[in-house]
Ligand binder design. Sequence first.
Ligand SMILES: [Ca+2]
Ligand SMILES: [Ca+2]
Ligand SMILES: [Ca+2]
Ligand SMILES: [Ca+2]
Length: 379
Amino acid sequence: MNRSRSLVGVLRVRFVIAAIALLALSACRTEQSTVAPFGAPTAGTDTDRDGTIEGEFARGLGWDVESSTISAESSPSIPNIAAGSTIDFETPPLTSSSQVIDPYVDAATGVIFTAEPLSIAGEVGLVRNNATSACADPPSNDQKLGAAPAGSGGIGFSNFPIRATFPASLPVGATVSVEFQALVNTPIRIRLFDSAGNMVGIVNDVIVNPMGTCGFPGNPRGRKVVTATATGPLAYAIMDQLSISVFVIDDFTFTPSSVAEIDIKPDSEVNSINPRSQGVIPVAILGSGLFDVNDVDQSTLAFGPDGASIAHRSAHFADVNDDGLTDLLAHFPTQETGIAAGDTEACLSGETLDGTAFEACDGISTVPPGTSGGDFSDE
Ligand SMILES: [Ca+2]
Ligand SMILES: [Ca+2]
Ligand SMILES: [Ca+2]
Ligand SMILES: [Ca+2]
């Protein structure tokens, strides 16, 4: 009891110091006295831990996009990001309730998290769910990523915007999902950018489901996964909170290959496959505004559990679904696919000519063994 009281005391002292520093900062800027434009993130920390940033800190801090330098340089030895990943911020395990780790670099994927500069510098770090004022029940040790004004000690008590920079640009159609945790009914957003700083995706959302406050004062907090899709090459994403509510993120997920779509047996809805057939299975890779089948490296195509290669000279371009966009129709020898009786799905993987991996699946129904009926031709 005493220990936790004195911990609270220490935290209060830290926040008071941060508050004084920020008050001094805003005092310096009073002649400008600009109210942050609508929709602009605010800096500052939540000193009374009710989930909202104190107004004195939220005002007068200009939102200067131009000052943020865009750097999406790719490093020479990057981990493979083609397969996509989910980053849960559980590494390293925290030994205290929060820790500044700036930048936070995910070792497996090379994705770099930083605080997107406002008119002041920021920093990112990890915080336990039970130690952020954005805590939604349960108040566990689950680790979240937060950001705060640099040196404020406010990781988990701020709504400073967070940037995720990929070690190399992801192809058009890549998706980014991230779980926001903040007060309910406050606006949250993901923006996606290419390496030149052009916005290639934006999603505005609101957390609506109340999930408690973990014992902190203030209105209910909640969690929501927001997903954005890139309409251009994706170099970095910025996640922010467009009010004075504290927010943290978790389970940052990116998927570079979600755009490929296939239609197994384009002439059939049922996609009936006889695993004993000596024939071939036609599979169409569907072209779309996000996926140009001319970019497919046909030598990399692998279909079914065993990854059958394309049958000799079987691929040709055609618009199999009459949507005006060219599709790639390829055929795979049934016996090499590994498709077995009872399978309900089969997937095609491959790479585009620039080496970006993709995968797509479609439902199938297999002809039961011992049945003489069904589709023997597979054509
Ligand atoms: Ca507050
Ligand atoms: Ca986590
Ligand atoms: Ca079909
Ligand atoms: Ca088509």
